[in-house]
Ligand binder design. Structure first.
Ligand code: GLU
Length: 302
């Protein structure tokens, strides 16, 4: 087998500054949709972006982020694979389904709990809605209600069977890791500021993981070297960088891309019933036309 060139020093135009970044020559990238609905053209853009970022020598993997057992459905998962194949995408390794790996996430979670870096959160949905509704700039942030509980109170409530998730104690975690940064092909070298997002949930009440923990674990496990995803997840990367440092995981490069917008300048979203790939296909739109509408027109043959 041909040896993979380890890395290539490339000059990349960045939004922040022109930076020299070390990027694998033939990177492993991934597309990681959640099967909570059918794919729309915004997803097609992300998937094609991941494949283009892998380039002809790299590898794009597919991961189904299906930890939410109430919202994810096997028929959506099947449809996602069919839509991607119709679009012309392939992935050389078996699809990783997060719902099959709860044991791994639990082990990672227990490492953080054991080091005093996570605390149980007993807040109910309505408590959270009230606590996080206070007007302030930016996204709502958890105000640390359960961080204030004493160890005895926590133990009593757990022993009493009170439902609880787990939150990362971000300040305590940062005190261990010290300042962190990460590299983004569009934004340049970014200082990690996970405190801005508050103590995020790393395990939900019903499962031993959250998006943040599972995505960080899996990107490392799948040896993803270049994480491509939409700008809407940019803030999450600050948390992921912290989790990587805490769990001693390799650090990829990121490329957050701008979101594809509809004719009114709004992002495509499942909740707004964006037209699905399946519906467009049924309406007779070809895969080539769809790729072009998603921003990746086929290259004319040389
Ligand atoms: N599963 C996430 C989503 O569908 C994407 C996760 C990621 O790319 O990091 O929005």
């Amino acid at each position: 087998m041909q040896e993979r060139p380890r890395s290539l020093l490339v000059q990349i135009p960045c939004r922040a500054a022109s930076l020299r970044l070390t990027l694998p020559a033939m990177p492993i990238t991934r597309f990681a949709p959640s099967p909570t609905g059918l794919l729309h053209i915004g997803h097609a853009h992300s998937a094609l972006f991941a494949q283009a970022a892998a380039g002809s020598g790299g590898t794009m993997l597919l991961r189904l982020e299906d930890i939410d057992l109430t919202r994810c459905r096997p028929d959506f998962a099947t449809a996602i694979e069919a839509d991607l194949a119709w679009l012309g995408l392939g992935w050389p390794l078996p699809v990783r389904r997060q719902s099959e790996h709860f044991g791994e996430y639990r082990t990672a979670l227990e490492r953080l709990i054991g080091r005093g870096l996570a605390y149980p959160c007993f807040c109910t949905r309505s408590q959270l809605a009230a606590a996080m509704a206070a007007p302030h700039a930016g996204e709502p942030v958890y105000p640390g209600i359960c961080r204030a509980l004493s160890p005895a109170e926590r133990a009593d409530r757990i022993a009493a069977g009170d439902a609880h998730g787990w939150r990362l104690d971000v300040a305590a975690a940062l005190a261990e890791t010290g300042p962190l940064e990460w590299r983004d092909l569009d934004h340049g070298l970014v200082p990690a500021t996970p405190l801005d997002g508050g103590d995020v949930l790393i395990a939900r009440k019903d499962i031993p993981a959250s998006y943040h923990l599972a995505v960080t674990w899996d990107d490392a496990l799948q040896r993803v070297e270049l994480v491509t995803r939409g700008d809407d997840l940019f803030a999450a990367t600050h948390v992921h960088r912290l989790l990587q440092a805490l769990l001693d995981l390799p650090v990829p490069v990121w490329h957050h891309h701008r979101l594809l917008l509809d004719a009114e300048g709004k992002r495509f979203a499942k909740r707004d019933r964006a037209p699905t790939l399946a519906a467009m296909r049924a309406a007779g739109i070809s895969a080539a036309e769809l790729r072009a509408r998603a921003g990746f027109p086929d290259q004319p043959a040389a």
